[in-house]
Every structure is written in structure tokens, then in C-alpha cells.
Design a protein around this ligand. Structure first.
Ligand code: G1P
Length: 290
């Protein structure tokens, strides 16, 4: 199988679960400690060896492409003020990867957003990372998927076991064990009820896809919620060619909702060299008075 060199990050959602903050700030730009959410996603892809990244945006998200650009006036000022760390971090964000953008002109669903990447991807396997799903892992989660996809010459979806009462937030996958933490996939469905679910393994925002997905998505009819669903396309893909599910190692946060966002904020702040010790003390004191 060809090496996975490209990644697609769909970021064209309206962010309705985080209003009113996301009325004018794209949800991908909300800060998790000291970096915007989307930077964690880009860093995960880069850590896994990805060089070219396409962000699928919309007309309300230009703050994202500004963020990954240089900012000469600010940089000059930081240099003059001797703020070396701030200068370094400001430049680093712009130099992380080759970032490209395409707009999803209509909000027609995740499958449609991915289909917009067809020209960028061409005829090679590619990674997909959903902007809401932030991972804390020793080894980049998308790297774990890439390894399995390359080993099995297959597409790959990142899954974890979720309780039955939450499966309806995800797509559930029909799996057969293949090797340690890797399953073969023969079916899946989007947002199933507990009686419709195919297993407790849910896809959590990471994929490695073969380029055949584009032709499939192009002909896909709207599914759950009246949207073109990526899951419906993957269902066809897994019946046409090999697909594996990787029960990835790492913790996943759904930063698209308030609780997941707060959990991620606390865990990442506890890990952060500037805030970790202080926050641990603060939380202990706080917990005593609750
Ligand atoms: C999307 C996908 C779903 C997947 C989930 C993972 O749903 O459609 O298949 O399980 O992300 O986080 P959303 O969270 O956009 O409703």
C-alpha cells in the first residue's frame, strides 16, 4: 500500500453545541489551555508523519487560516520585547505543516465535506481527523491507524468500546477479531439505537481511507439527519475492500460539547509545564470545600 502522506480535517460545522461562544469564534479556534483545539489535531497528524493537510472550512472560519499564517507586525513586536518563547510558538504554529484549505459551500454533512477533498487527495490513501475529537495518547492515534492500514492493505477506522446507552451518539461497527486490538469490519451504522447497534465499538473521529471513497460519496444519498453521512459511504467501502477497526490506545475527548471540552481543559492543564502543579493544588483545595 502507498504511504499515507495526506490528511483531511473537516472543520465546516456550525458548532451549535458550544453556543454562544461559537457564534463568531470557530469552535476549532477555542483555546485548550494555550493553543486552539485544531492545533492539537494538526500536531497529531504531523507526529504521525503526515506532511500535507487539507482543512475543509466554511465562510465563517477564516480565523483558522489566519492562525496558520505568519503575522509580521506581531512577530517584530515580540522580537523587540525579547519575548522569545512567544515568538517561537507564534512562528511554530505557522510552520507545522503544508496546510491547504477548501470550502464546503453548503452544510450537507460529514460525507459531503470529505468528498470536497477529492482533488487534494488524488489517488492515494489518506487520513481523516475530526476536529472535535482530541486525543491524549503516547503514540499518535492516527499513527496507530496508519500502521494497521498499511499492514493489512486496508482502510482503517479508530474505535473504542462505549456503553450501550451512549452508542446512539456515534457509528457502531460490526467487527470480527483479527489480531491484538485490530478487528475486521463488515458493516456499520450511524447513530443507532441500542436495538440497532452492531456492537459496542464506536468510531471516534479517526480514519484512514482508500481513495475509492470519493466515488462512493459522490453517489451517496442523504442519510441520518438528512445529511450525506461518511458512515454510509464507509459501509459501502468496507463491503468492496478490506477495512480494519483499531481499538486505539489513548483517551479521547469530545471537545465539541461543553463537558468534554472542560475535561480536556483540566487534563491538558494538569499535564502542562506552566499550569500542572498549580492546578493540582487548586483542585485539591477546591475539592475540600465542595
Ligand atoms: C461523527 C460521525 C460519527 C462518529 C463521531 C465520532 O458524528 O458522524 O460516525 O462516530 O463523529 O466522534 P458527530 O459527532 O459529528 O455527530
Amino acid at each position: 500500500m502507498m504511504k499515507v502522506r495526506k490528511a483531511v480535517i473537516p472543520a465546516a460545522g456550525l458548532g451549535t453545541r458550544m453556543l454562544p461562544a461559537t457564534k463568531t469564534v470557530p469552535k476549532e479556534m477555542l483555546p485548550l489551555v494555550d493553543k486552539p483545539v485544531i492545533q492539537y489535531i494538526i500536531e497529531e497528524a504531523v507526529d504521525a508523519g503526515i506532511e500535507d493537510i487539507l482543512i475543509v472550512t466554511n465562510r465563517a472560519k477564516s480565523a483558522m487560516d489566519d492562525y496558520f499564517d505568519y503575522y509580521p507586525e506581531l512577530e517584530t513586536r515580540l522580537k523587540q520585547a525579547g519575548k522569545d518563547r512567544e515568538l517561537f510558538e507564534t512562528r511554530r504554529a505557522a510552520d507545522l505543516a503544508n496546510i491547504f484549505y477548501v470550502r464546503q459551500k453548503e452544510t450537507k454533512g460529514l460525507g459531503h465535506a470529505i468528498w470536497r477533498a477529492k482533488r487534494f487527495v488524488g489517488d492515494e490513501p489518506f487520513a481523516v481527523l475530526l476536529g472535535d475529537d482530541i486525543m491524549r495518547a503516547k503514540k499518535p492515534v492516527i499513527g496507530q491507524l496508519i500502521e494497521a492500514a498499511e499492514r493489512h492493505n486496508a482502510s482503517a477506522v479508530g474505535v473504542q468500546y462505549v456503553p450501550t446507552d451512549t452508542i446512539s451518539k456515534y457509528s457502531s461497527v460490526k467487527v470480527e477479531p483479527l489480531e491484538d486490538r485490530v478487528f475486521s469490519v463488515s458493516d456499520m451504522n450511524e447513530k443507532p439505537s441500542p436495538t440497532q447497534m452492531l456492537s459496542n465499538y464506536a468510531i471516534l473521529g479517526r480514519y484512514v481511507l482508500q481513495p475509492q471513497i470519493f466515488d462512493i460519496l459522490e453517489h451517496m444519498k442523504p442519510g441520518y439527519g438528512g445529511e450525506i453521512q461518511l458512515t454510509d459511504g464507509l459501509r459501502v467501502l468496507c463491503q468492496q475492500s478490506n477495512m480494519v477497526a483499531v481499538d486505539f490506545e489513548g483517551k479521547r475527548y469530545d471537545t465539541g460539547n461543553l463537558r468534554g471540552f472542560l475535561e480536556a481543559t483540566i487534563d491538558f492543564s494538569l499535564d502542562h509545564p506552566y499550569t500542572g502543579k498549580w492546578l493540582a493544588r487548586f483542585l485539591k483545595e477546591k475539592a475540600r470545600s465542595l
